[in-house]
Ligand binder design. Structure first.
Ligand code: ADP
Ligand code: MG
Length: 559
């Protein structure tokens, strides 16, 4: 048996791999299972074109088996296996991906389920193992080979015995050190949870022998531990299923299973796109504000899968801030991943998907508003504030996208209305969209400033949220109607009042006004006769861009 040397560069790369590419050791299992799944996929694709080959889905599986005593962890598959040459080429050369070659050799346009492409994942095994042994028998071959390596020093290949086609990877798990725990990779519960986390949607069953407490046979109260083979992964991801096959309950279950929230989602959105970029997504609009939503701990983002394998828990780039409440996941075959598959190259595909998703969420909210108003109002009460922040932020760049989703309380309807509804009800001579700012609807109702506008029969929108007026200032006008605060100096209504009369009253009260100005000093700019008051003796109005209420908010803000 001859020991071959890794090339010098390979040694360095291997070292780098083991120590720096992956942040989490547990990733090794994801990589080895992905390889096993690829190997089974290869038989599947071969069978599509090779008449002599049939693919009976039930006889293909992946098995994970831990042996604590011997500190070994096996990952066994019934996939295509490797010949001696393939072992040399694919396991002996770092960064050489047999899977990538397979995809191009077989011109697999739809072979996008095959996960491998970088030719480095296999080596992640050395993060947790002192020795890695690979026993494999290739499809169509009578010989089996054993590849073995202790890491950077090289590897050996020798013939060996193996009955069936496929591959067995045997890891001799490292001993615990002061800083690192490796024992956990021999623990049943831990392995199960890693498989669930990263490989739940691998299309082939991932089996494990799991201990469970069972009633002893013939006994009524004596239990025993029995080892039972279980399939750990759920295999068919819900997002790959046909929408017609799924019920609301399925979506609700997925929401709970994924712990996106503890409530029931208000709305679920299932997207399957087969265009310039292919992806599936399941998104949720939660019913309730997550408890940490307005805290610093809250992280927006969607789970990101690449061909059914989890890549990222919270991909923030997929959601704009104003939709930060949306939960869910995206799976795409078209992402260009970086080498550790923990991150994405910030690329075009991701931007396309994000844009697409953004549009979809918006149209879904619009249809909710149109068809299920009560639900929309419920949603708006929870997350409307976020939408208004969205309008206000980034200098109003998203206002066009969001303004149709906004709602405000109406003086006339006594409930939340949209801007569109307001404008469509405006009498022809009404120039502005009127609003009034205050702490509560009740207080606004009592404001003297609302009298003239209300008396005219015009509707007034009540702004009770700090952000409201700021957001509106960004929108500026809606359907060519400008917004006007009822406390602004010029209401666009006084014009039809007699100017003469005002001037006469102004002159009549000159002394009084002067005395008032003197008493108030710089607190007011001027004191005038007003036509807007009905039952109140006096009111404050603002002249500039910044209303009295905005000024209050601005003053309250920390500098
Ligand atoms: P990648 O999966 O990105 O191609 P890996 O380092 O994970 O890179 O694997 C390298 C290559 O080794 C694979 O492309 C494949 O050809 C081969 N290989 C690894 N594991 C298996 C396996 N279980 N069965 C068959 N071939 C395998
Ligand atoms: Mg791989």
């Amino acid at each position: 048996m001859e020991t071959k040397q890794f090339k010098a560069e390979s040694k360095r790369i291997l070292d780098m791999m083991i120590h720096s590419i992956y942040t989490h050791h547990e990733i090794f299992l994801r990589e080895l299972i992905s390889n096993a799944s690829d190997a089974i996929d290869k038989i599947y694709y071969k069978a599509l074109t090779d008449e002599a080959l049939t693919f009976d889905k039930d006889s293909y599986y992946i098995k994970v088996a831990a042996d604590k005593e011997n500190r070994t962890l096996k990952i066994i598959d019934t996939g295509i296996g490797m010949t001696k040459e393939e072992m040399e080429n694919n396991l002996g050369t770092i960064a050489k991906s047999g899977s990538l070659a397979f995809k191009s050799e077989n011109e697999l346009k739809d072979g996008y389920d095959i996960i491998g492409q970088f030719g480095v994942g296999f080596y992640s095994a050395f993060m947790v193992a002192d020795t890695v042994t690979v026993i494999s028998k290739a499809l169509g071959s009578n010989e089996a080979y054993k590849w073995e390596s202790e890491g950077a020093d090289g590897y050996t290949i020798a013939p060996c015995e193996k009955d069936s086609v496929g591959t067995e990877i045997i890891l001799t798990i490292k001993e615990n050190t002061e800083d690192e725990n490796y024992d956990e990779f021999l623990e049943e519960y831990r392995l199960k949870s890693i498989i669930k986390k990263y490989s739940d949607f691998i299309r082939y069953p991932i089996k494990m022998d799991v201990t469970s407490r069972k009633l002893k046979e013939g006994s009524e109260n004596e239990y025993e531990d029995v080892l039972e083979e279980q399939v750990i992964n759920s295999m068919v991801p819900i997002w790959r299923k046909n929408k017609q096959e799924l019920t609301q309950e399925d979506y609700d279950n997925f929401y709970a299973e994924k712990r996106y929230g503890f409530d029931k989602p208000l709305k679920s959105i299932h997207i399957s796109v087969d265009g310039a970029v292919r992806y599936n997504a399941i998104l949720y609009i939660p019913e309730k504000i997550p408890f940490d939503y307005y805290s610093q701990e809250y992280e927006k983002g969607l789970e990101l899968y690449s061909s059914g394998v989890l890549i990222m828990n919270k991909c923030a780039d997929l959601l704009p801030d104003y939709f930060s409440f949306v939960k869910g996941m995206v799976d795409s075959e078209d992402l260009s991943l970086n080498i550790s598959r923990e991150m994405l190259q910030h690329d075009r595909q991701l931007k396309l998907i994000a844009k697409n998703i953004n549009k979809k969420i918006k149209s879904e909210l619009q249809s909710l508003l149109k068809n299920e108003r009560d639900q929309y109002v419920e949603f708006y009460n929870s997350f409307g504030r976020q939408l208004k922040f969205g309008v206000y932020s980034d200098f109003g760049t998203h206002k066009e996208e969001l303004q149709d989703l906004l709602m405000f309380y109406s003086s006339k309807e006594k409930k939340l209305v949209t801007l569109d509804e307001y404008v469509s009800r405006m009498p022809e001579e009404q120039k502005y969209i009127y609003y009034a700012v205050g702490d509560t609807n009740e207080r606004i109702e009592k404001l003297p400033q609302t009298e003239l506008v209300a008396d005219k029969g015009y509707e007034i929108l009540y702004f009770t949220d700090d952000i409201d007026e700021f957001a509106i200032k960004m929108i500026m006008s809606y359907k060519e109607k400008e917004f006007k605060s009822v406390s602004s100096g010029d209401l666009g209504i006084e014009a039809d009042e007699s100017g003469k009369e005002t001037a006469a009253e102004e002159a009549e009260n000159k002394d009084l006004f002067e005395a008032m100005k003197e008493a108030l000093g710089d607190k007011v700019k001027a004191i005038r006769v007003s036509k807007r008051l009905k039952s109140h003796p006096v009111c404050l109005t603002a002249d500039g861009e910044v209303s009295i209420e905005m000024e209050k908010v601005l003053n309250a803000m920390p500098n």
